[in-house]
Design a binder for this molecule. Structure first.
Ligand code: MG
Length: 303
């Protein structure tokens, strides 16, 4: 099967910069991929790398697109190297888009991302009114004493029916992670999970933490690509895995892996446009456990 291939770079500025332990992020750059089959049917995909999270750079993805001919084959798509995971996702999802997608994503519960710091205290309510019941709050951004105090206020403000996720983006020390986990255990509100408390290189310490506390721990940065996901699973991770379809790599290989093992997954956005979002949500509709809200409630940053 041959496809006509074209692409164009796309940039969008966040209305509010995304602040995480990795720094301040203001502009989302991506590449929109277009495939057309022999019947003239179109399929679109999005390459939305986050190199500081473990994917290729935008420049590497652009180089890859530039060196391709204008006619490509299935073999081209399925032989994209593992060093270009966002390209694997963009091209495979464009190809899958040609057939129309059978999965409905309308039933998925969504998690909303709160701004870091004390701004979260003013922001959860409008999101609650929009129907969100799961919130994620970034920690490890300010001094721990300050954040623990905001956390204390936040959990006392949030209504009973809410689930709170804490995301440290790998920015805590082992001691601070223990302090946070102790606070979570003694918290009157159910903390759904703590995400990536320590850096990627501190896997064994996170494994130890996950065995010492009742609060669930999710790996995110540690499993940004399929190879890392397979490796952490092989090393005995029993907790949650955050899947960012946009950068994890090949969707077909992700499906195979998820069908082979019973994994507790949380699907999450990489701030993609509606093209990548649609493809990522299709995958979530197919593979996400129904009780785990998907991390695609990010409208706050675009509007
Ligand atoms: Mg995260």
């Amino acid at each position: 099967m041959g496809y006509k291939f074209s692409f164009r770079p796309h940039s969008q500025r966040f209305t509010r910069p995304v602040i995480t332990n990795h720094g301040v992020w203001e502009i989302r750059d991506c590449i929109i991929v277009h495939l057309m089959d022999e019947q003239g049917t179109s399929g679109w995909g999005e390459i939305a790398p986050i190199s500081w999270f473990g994917s290729e750079t935008l420049a590497a993805a652009l180089d890859f697109c530039h060196q391709l001919p204008t006619e490509i084959t299935e073999e081209t798509i399925f032989s994209i190297p593992d060093s270009l995971p966002a390209c694997q996702f963009g091209f495979e999802s464009a190809r899958e888009g040609l057939g129309g997608n059978p999965y409905q994503c309308t039933h998925l519960p969504y998690s909303a991302l709160l701004p870091a710091g004390a701004a979260a205290l003013n922001q959860w309510q409008p999101l609650w009114e929009q129907g969100y019941r799961t919130f994620k709050w970034k920690i490890g951004v300010q001094a721990i004493a300050q954040e623990l105090e905001i956390f204390h206020h936040l959990i006392h403000q949030l209504p009973d029916a809410t689930q709170l996720r804490l995301d440290a983006n790998g920015g805590l020390s082992y001691e601070d992670a223990r302090l946070w986990l102790e606070r979570c255990e003694n918290c009157p509100r159910n903390i759904e999970f703590m995400e990536q408390p320590l850096g990627v290189e501190e896997f064994s310490q996170m494994l130890a933490l996950s065995q010492s506390y009742n609060v669930a721990i999710a790996l995110d940065e540690s499993v940004s690509t399929l190879k890392q996901l397979e490796s952490c699973h092989r090393q005995g991770w029993q907790g949650i895995f955050v899947i960012k379809p946009g950068i994890i790599g090949s969707p077909s290989r992700l499906r195979e892996f998820c069908h082979a093992y019973q994994l507790d997954l949380v699907f999450s956005s990489v701030f993609e446009t509606s093209v990548g979002r649609q493809a990522a949500l299709q995958l979530a509709a197919e593979l996400s456990p129904p009780h785990r809200a998907v991390g695609f409630g990010i409208n706050y940053f675009w509007m």
